[in-house]
Design a protein around this ligand. Structure first.
Ligand code: PLP
Length: 458
């Protein structure tokens, strides 16, 4: 029997990993969790500053979720939803989600991941327009730096170069418009409002160039998380939504990260005043404990699906594990815990401290811009604060900062030039301080390293 370390190198392909470096470095093996902490196989404790992958909202040892899984496993470990079959947990979960929906929604479709939910939303937008006799209205507009998943269609929606490069993506029918990050993309002296107007005009120009009759939907994360925690200017969405309404373009809101309290409301849709026709959600839906995602559609879309399936004979879409009873039971219990523990109130109570500590990181010589909302934030590292000049992409400066943070007991994840922070929602004030203290020392270490290696002009 190999060690876990050797076995991993010998047997496993890791997602989002430099596979070549991994052959030398090997894995970090995580063995157990407790509250907001996880432990590695050497017994080191880490505060999980990214809630795993933006998902473990209730931390890593919630007993109620373990019990809910256990109960359902024993009652009925699997049944599917094809051909009109139902299990109680998925029915109750759908009802619950509809009751929580921030805008009127009609029905819920279950899948297993954020990617599958967005893939489904895209297919529904196409099916809907075919049902309405608009076969040309099929293109989906996403944004540069968006993250919507990694399937062929959703990696195409994703607006990050590494998800396209050498995978021969994006596919046609997917377009990208401006990223609403004022810090990087505003003209010198341009106000946030003027920048928002320019983004909306740019969207209008794209739609006109393609032909409004060819555009089915616009997809947006309320705030763009993986692309660098990009919080759009306050007037951005009212201007964008006016353009969408004018051209009868569906708004798909991707709540995969914002959903369930992250921005200080139950949904990012509320925080940003959005009017989606379709919403997708995953991750915190089950606190990441089991894979489950959901797509909610409004009544108008549902009616079109019903009509089209009557014509064809079926709604020919679904996953073996759509509405999996154990995943649904755990998601339902997660939502009950959010209610019982008043999780949104908790987030609102602690988010001023979180945002204050995040803003303090902005004073660090390496940080060009610290930004965030609710319990999510990013510190964008730059070689020169004044000119905003980035470090060379190959230098891996944010990745280095992440490694140093781990040495100081805090696990985070570098995404591009950003150090992202998105802890479990149950985090307490003293843990927020511990987390930011660790990141601060890691940035000091990184500054010393960048100066020593000549990466940064002094
Ligand atoms: C906003 C958003 N949408 C979709 C996805 C894809 O989810 P998954 O990794 O479960 O496919 C992610 C993953 O991070 C995400 O952040």
């Amino acid at each position: 029997m190999t060690t876990v370390h050797a076995g991993d190198i010998g047997a496993q392909i890791h997602p989002y990993t430099n596979l070549s470096m991994h052959q030398e470095a090997g894995p970090m093996v995580i063995t157990r969790g407790e509250g907001v902490y996880v432990y590695d196989d050497k017994g080191n404790r880490y505060l999980e500053a990214l809630a795993g992958l933006f998902c473990a909202s209730l931390g890593f040892s919630n007993q109620r979720l373990a019990d809910a899984a256990d109960r359902q496993m024993r009652q009925l470990p699997f049944y599917h939803a094809f051909g009109g079959k139902a299990t109680e947990p998925s029915v109750r979960l759908a009802e619950k989600l509809l009751a929580m929906a921030p805008v009127p929604m009609s029905k819920v479709f279950f899948a297993n991941s954020g990617s599958e939910a967005n893939d489904t939303a895209m297919k529904i937008a196409w099916y809907y327009n075919n049902a309405l006799g608009r076969p040309d209205k099929k293109k989906i507009i996403s944004r540069h730096r968006a993250y919507h998943g990694v399937t062929i269609a959703t990696a195409s929606l994703t607006g990050l170069p590494n998800n396209h490069r050498d995978f021969d993506l994006p596919i046609d029918r997917v377009l990208h418009t401006d990223c609403p990050l004022h810090y990087r993309y505003a003209e010198p002296g341009e106000s946030e409002d003027a920048f928002a107007t320019r983004c909306a005009q740019s969207l209008e120009n794209l739609i006109q160039a393609e032909g409004p009759g060819t555009i089915a939907a616009f997809i947006a994360e309320p705030l763009m998380a993986s692309g660098g925690v990009i919080v759009p200017p306050p007037t951005y969405y009212e201007k964008i939504q006016a353009v969408l309404r004018k051209h009868d373009i569906l708004l798909i809101v991707d709540e995969v990260i914002c959903g369930f309290g992250r921005t200080g409301n139950m949904f990012g849709t509320e925080t940003f005043g959005l009017q989606p026709a379709i919403m997708t959600m995953a991750k915190q839906l089950s606190s990441g404990y089991l894979p489950i995602s959901a797509v909610m559609v409004n009544e108008e879309i549902y009616r079109a699906l019903v009509e089209q399936s009557r014509k064809i004979g079926t709604f020919g879409h679904g996953f073996t594990y759509s509405g999996h009873p154990v995943c649904a039971a755990v998601a339902l219990e997660t939502l009950q815990i959010y209610e019982d523990e008043r999780i949104v109130d908790h987030v609102r109570r602690i988010m001023p401290q979180f945002q204050r500590r995040l803003a303090d990181l902005g004073e660090h010589p390496l940080v060009g811009n610290a930004r965030g909302m609710g319990l999510i934030g990013a510190a964008e590292l730059v070689a020169d604060k004044r000119s905003k000049a980035p470090f060379p992409a190959t230098a891996g400066v944010a990745a280095y900062a992440g490694q140093r943070a781990a040495l100081h007991g805090v696990l985070t994840r570098a995404l591009g030039d950003n150090v992202n922070v998105c802890p479990p929602l149950i985090i307490e004030p003293a843990q927020i301080d511990y987390m930011f203290d660790g990141i601060h020392v890691a940035l000091d270490d990184t500054l010393e390293w960048a100066n020593r290696t000549g990466l940064r002009a002094q």
